[in-house]
Design a protein around this ligand. Sequence first.
Ligand code: CU
Length: 94
Amino acid sequence: MKFVTAITGLILFGGMAMAKDVTAQIKVNGMTCGSCAVSVKRALIGTKGVKSADVSVEKGLATVVYDSGQVKEQQLRDAIKKTGFQAEPPKETR
Ligand SMILES: [Cu+2]
């Protein structure tokens, strides 16, 4: 029984290492009211791998929690761009 428990533990741990939740803060330009934020939020939540999205019009910022094993930050920016708003490129690109 101890052996089985050890194997199960390894499988669970391995799965967790592959699917990593990442929080990204993406600057979004062009939002003017609450419904702008809602459309950005909907686009993000509708993207595969996104766990949650919080969009602030005041800050012009989208805070997205996503599974890095399923979706990349670039795809989140593309989803934002499809709604007609501008997602600023990440600052740390050098
Ligand atoms: Cu609006």
